[in-house]
Design a protein. Structure first.
Lengths: 260, 214
């Protein structure tokens, strides 16, 4: 019997990779796990402070900290998933030494860990804010909310997989994708809702699947908010198309990714 | 039993293609220790990686019956920032073995003392090789793939490895690649010669020596 054949073997490999990734990412510093929470908290704190300074409140009566968190964290999950996927092989080259581990496994393990981490970060931030304000939120639709997070990780990882494959042929991609993705931050509904945008601008911005994801998460979280434009089918189409392209390119590039 | 059927593998080099394995067909019979000898750069490590399944051949087929190890030797496949024990845990998990048993066996076998709990990047190359060897011994493989066994540890440790292999000779076997016939003679009954992209199988190490000298 060859180890790690079929689904059970795949699960063993993923489980081992996730545990290992946790060790290497968070275990290195004593503040490891804490740091995962501190960084996004600082971001959210900054934006909440800016909202307060200009006297802005979240639309439709949403609570401000949760409003920013439901925008910033799915976006961060998307962006981080891209980066983690692109660097998955370079950071774990030695692991391809084991026959049952393929580049795709490295990308998958990182995607799962990233998704779980950011959902936990979200929980910590929301709980802290709730204790602070003594107002506990009622979640509108857990499934929609969770699927939104998973979609952010899936979209980011499939794009990352594609970029990883392409970077084997064009190494400059590794340096280009970061700056190219940065503007998305302003077009993904982190500080506003699609409902609140003027129609011509909105129609254009809705081409961006990350905006749909933020809308999904927000309408899944808030009872107060009903997104008129979030389209799960559109996001799924993007994920399927990018995964397909990513898998094809990975297949072609695998030979050169394998070289340890 | 491991069989290579018309396996071809080439690498892109600056002045065209370098043919490492040229239409190679060879059977490694079960429960026999087999060496592969060849000059440096002949493609011994590539052959081992193809046997292990890390790399796919450009053409041809590889069939494996039984559980085949990863190529053991230089301690590739360890994460430098994790400790010896943590690396063992990881490998035990991906092979579906009991984590505690693998850790306990490796700790005992590799004799790394307090280094077992320290990051692998602090190890000397000999220590890494001992960890790799101990770890592979902790998992019951049918075939152990060994890359340049001369690199592994001092004389006492090598003696220990040889004794362990001998005690398992009924159950498992080794395929060793080396540029040195002397090491192959110590472990193996038969020997294949890899030269110019071709592999010649010899029933005894002496036959291999005759070809390899030329």
């Amino acid at each position: 019997m060859q180890p790690a054949t079929g689904l059970a073997g795949q699960f063993e490999v993923l489980n081992a990779l996730i545990l290992r990734e946790m060790k290497t990412r968070f275990g290195a510093h004593q503040l490891g796990y804490l740091w995962a929470v501190i960084e996004p908290s600082l971001w959210i704190g900054t934006f909440v402070g800016m909202f307060a300074m200009v006297g802005r409140t979240a639309p439709d009566g949403m609570e401000t900290v949760s409003f920013i968190a439901t925008g910033l964290l799915p976006f961060t999950l998307f962006r981080e998933s891209v980066g983690r996927a692109v660097s998955a092989v370079a950071g774990n080259k030695g692991l391809l030494f084991y026959p049952q581990i393929q580049p795709l496994d490295l990308v998958l393990a990182r995607a799962v860990l990233e998704c779980v981490t950011l959902m936990l970060v979200f929980a910590v931030i929301i709980c802290t804010a709730a204790i602070w304000s003594d107002r506990w939120p009622h979640v509108a639709d857990w499934l929609r909310f969770t699927l939104g997070f998973i979609a952010a990780a899936a979209l980011g990882s499939s794009l990352g997989l594609l970029l990883l494959g392409l970077s084997v042929f064009t190494p400059t991609i590794e340096r280009l994708y970061g700056p190219m993705l940065r503007p998305l931050f302003w077009f993904s509904g982190v500080f506003y809702t699609a409902n609140g945008l003027p129609a011509p601008v909105r129609d254009f911005m809705l081409y961006n699947p990350v905006l749909h994801i933020v809308e999904l998460v927000r309408s899944g979280w808030f009872v107060e908010y009903r997104s008129l434009h979030a389209d799960p089918g559109y996001v799924t189409a993007w994920i399927i198309a990018l995964s397909f392209a990513g898998l094809v390119v990975e297949r072609v590039a695998r030979r050169r990714l394998e070289v340890v | 039993m491991i069989s290579l059927d018309r396996v071809t593998k080439a690498y892109q080099v600056h002045d065209g293609l370098h043919l490492v394995l040229n239409d190679v067909s060879i059977d490694f019979p079960p429960r026999r220790n087999i060496g592969v000898v060849g000059p440096n750069g002949a493609g011994k490590s590539t052959l081992l990686r193809i046997i292990a399944g890390i790399e796919a051949p450009d053409q041809g087929r590889v069939t494996r019956k039984g559980r085949v190890s990863w190529p053991i030797g230089f301690g590739g496949g360890f994460n430098g920032s994790l400790s010896g024990e943590e690396n063992c845990r990881f490998v035990a998990r991906i092979y579906g073995e009991s984590v505690d048993e693998v850790v306990a066996f490796t700790k005992e076998f590799a004799e790394l003392g307090k280094y077992f709990d320290m990051p692998v990047k602090t190890y000397s190359s000999g220590m890494r090789a001992r960890l790799a060897f101990g770890l592979s011994m902790a998992i019951d493989f049918d075939v152990y793939l060994v890359d340049e066994v001369t690199a592994v540890g001092d004389a006492t440790f090598q003696k220990k490895c040889r004794a362990t292999f001998e005690s398992r000779s009924g159950r498992s076997s080794v395929i060793i690649v080396s540029h040195n016939l002397k090491t192959i003679r110590e472990y193996c009954d038969s020997c294949a010669v890899l030269q110019h992209g071709r592999v010649t199988f010899c029933p005894s190490v002496d036959d291999a020596e005759r070809i390899y000298q030329i």
